[in-house]
Design a protein. Structure first.
Length: 312
């Protein structure tokens, strides 16, 4: 596997072992608000964009949707190392960028300005930058480009599309909310629901109650997160995970809970919404990131200022 055209190692950050770390790759538009620059790129072309980035290389970019999530991940690393300085099971963040290294200086300077611990910056000129995810051991990929996300999912990497929004930086600990079907779990029950309606889906769930639900696109990331979560007790853990699903607890909750137990995946709190809007409960949880496959749920999350990522 060829290396990206240019990989800049951040020597100010302790490099992690990709075989044990939970590697998260974020694109520059996921971590910073580059909407103005992206418009310039689309309207005036690459050269004008590069000129703009070079002229503003010492001006920090404003935080984007995934910014608070990355900050919270750093906090978890700090807590893990406080309890065991030799621990290697840490988060590792790398930035994947279609910028040239010249226009990428502003990206590097911005991460330094905010004290973000990014271990590597990969500047890639290829159309499809996702071909490098597996070689870096990436377990989660966050991008503002739908094609990138679909390509990553096809390559078997947990991935989600972030929409640019104003995000209030929530406090620690790291809080991650997962939807159930088509995110943590497969979409098998969703498909029955589309074909046979709610009654058919409920009957299917009852018949399948003893059999775990299939794996969804974000299971692998959730399992690694759960492994890190298990290093801490219930009290004072720097990681909290939530399941917020449209399933009803009475008819379709049992199989979901049994599946999580079968997987050995610890979830701190589960909310079975029975089709009710998720926005109010998300506003209360205040997660650093919320993963869902329904665009109406993403919209509801955005309306209450919750950083959200769509799993197409």
């Amino acid at each position: 596997m060829a290396e990206p055209e240019s990989t800049v190692i951040n020597t100010n950050v302790e490099q992690k072992d990709p075989s044990t770390a939970l590697v998260i790759a974020v694109t520059t538009r996921a971590i910073f608000n580059l909407e103005e620059e992206h418009r310039l790129y689309l309207e005036k072309g690459k050269e004008e964009y590069t000129r703009h980035q070079q002229a503003n290389q010492d001006k920090p970019l404003p935080p984007g949707t995934a910014f608070a999530f990355i900050q919270a991940v750093q906090y978890v690393n700090k807590k893990i190392l406080e309890s065991n300085p030799a621990e290697r099971d840490l988060f590792d963040i790398l930035v994947l960028s279609n910028n040239s290294p010249e226009s990428g200086v502003r990206i590097i300077n911005s991460t330094k300005h905010y004290g973000l611990e990014i271990s590597k910056f990969c500047f890639i000129s290829d159309e499809d930058s996702t071909q490098y995810l597996k070689s870096h051991g990436v377990k989660l990929f966050l991008s503002a480009d739908r094609t990138d996300v679909c390509n990553a999912l096809q390559r078997g990497v947990s991935a989600a599309l972030v929409f640019q929004q104003e995000v209030q930086a929530p406090s620690t600990p790291l809080r991650v909310v997962f939807d159930g079907d088509a995110v943590l779990f497969s979409d098998e029950t969703d498909q029955i629901f589309q074909e046979q309606g709610l009654e058919g889906a409920v009957q299917y769930e009852r018949a399948m109650e003893a059999i775990p639900i299939g794996e969804g696109p974000l299971k692998a990331f959730a399992m690694h997160l759960g492994k890190m979560r298990k290093k801490f007790g219930q009290e004072g853990s720097p990681i909290r995970t939530y399941l917020v699903t449209a399933r009803s607890g009475r008819d379709m909750g049992i199989r979901a809970i049994k599946t999580l137990r079968e997987w050995g995946l610890p979830i701190d709190e589960a909310f079975f919404m029975d089709g009710a809007p998720k926005g109010p409960i998300l506003a209360q949880i205040q997660p650093h990131i919320f993963f869902d496959d329904g665009l109406h749920n993403i919209q509801g999350a955005q309306n209450v200022g919750v950083p959200s990522a769509w799993v197409p």
